[in-house]
Design a protein around this ligand. Structure first.
Ligand code: 5RP
Length: 221
C-alpha cells in the first residue's frame, strides 16, 4: 500500500478512536502535516459531534475552516480532550521527533494542553532509536549563531532551514548527527540553550497512544 493510503488509514483509525469521546463541549487538538491533513479531512464528517478544534498551525487552521470545522484560540478552550498529530520518528517508548513541517512549538503547546495525545503514523516512521531524522529546533532569529554553536557542542551539525519562518516569526535549525540515547535528557538540555524556543523531541510530552498503519492494518503502540 502506498504511503499516502497508510496515512489515511492511520487518520481513520484515530477518528474511530476519538469518536466515542466526542460531545457538544469537546475541543479537539489538531496537528500539522500530511498525516494530520488526512485526519482533518476525516474529522469533518463528525464536526456536528464536537464543539471546536484548536490548531497547531495556521495551515491546519485554514484547512479546518475550509472543512467547516470551528477553530478557537487555545486560550479560549477550557480543556482539550485529545490531540491528534503525526510525527517524523517514533521510538518504542512512544518518544517522538516532530517538526518536519516546522510547527513543533505550537504542536508541543497543544499536546501539553491535551488530556490525551494520539500520534498517527505509517510504519516507515518507526525507529529503534531517534536521530536519523534531523532534529528541528525553533530559534529566535538573533540567537541563530549562539544556538548553532551550542548544538555543535552537543555533537550535532545544525543546518539553517533556508527560506522558512515559523508561525511564531522564528527560524528552524535542523540538527543532524545527534546521539539521542536519552530523549528526555536531550530535550531538556536543548531547551536550556538561551535563544531556543522549543525543540522537536517530544519525550516529556510523548504520545499516549501511537496508531501505526502498515500493509496488514493499524496497530496500537
Ligand atoms: C510538523 C510535524 C509533522 O507531524 C511531521 O513532520 C510529520 O509530517 P507528515 O505527516 O507530513 O509525514 O511535526 O511540524
Amino acid at each position: 500500500m502506498a504511503q499516502a493510503a497508510l496515512k489515511r488509514s492511520a487518520a481513520e483509525a484515530a477518528l474511530a478512536y476519538i469518536e466515542p469521546r466526542l460531545g457538544p463541549k469537546t475541543v479537539v487538538g489538531v496537528g500539522t502535516g500530511s498525516t494530520a491533513d488526512c485526519f482533518i479531512d476525516a474529522l469533518a464528517a463528525v464536526k456536528h459531534k464536537f464543539d471546536a478544534a484548536v490548531s497547531s498551525s495556521e495551515a491546519s487552521a485554514e484547512r479546518l475552516r475550509g472543512q467547516g470545522v470551528a477553530v478557537i484560540d487555545l486560550n479560549a478552550a477550557p480543556s482539550v480532550a485529545v490531540y491528534v498529530d503525526g510525527a517524523d520518528e517514533v521510538d518504542p517508548g512512544r518518544c517522538l521527533t516532530k517538526g518536519g513541517g516546522g510547527a513543533l512549538t505550537r504542536e508541543k503547546i497543544v499536546a501539553a494542553s491535551a488530556d490525551e495525545f494520539v500520534c498517527i503514523v505509517d510504519d516507515s516512521k518507526l525507529v529503534a532509536r531517534l536521530g536519523s531524522f534531523p532534529l528541528p529546533v525553533e530559534v529566535v532569529p538573533m540567537a541563530r549563531g549562539l544556538v548553532a554553536r551550542a548544538l555543535v557542542g552537543l555533537g550535532g551539525e545544525p543546518e539553517w532551514r533556508q527560506g522558512f519562518t515559523t508561525d511564531n516569526g522564528n527560524l528552524i535549525l535542523d540538527v543532524h548527527g545527534l546521539d539521542i540515547a536519552d530523549p528526555p535528557a536531550l530535550e531538556r538540555e536543548i531547551n536550556n540553550i538561551v535563544g531556543v524556543v522549543c525543540n522537536g523531541l517530544f519525550a516529556a510530552n510523548r504520545a499516549d497512544l501511537v496508531l501505526v498503519a502498515g500493509t496488514d492494518g493499524v496497530r496500537q503502540l
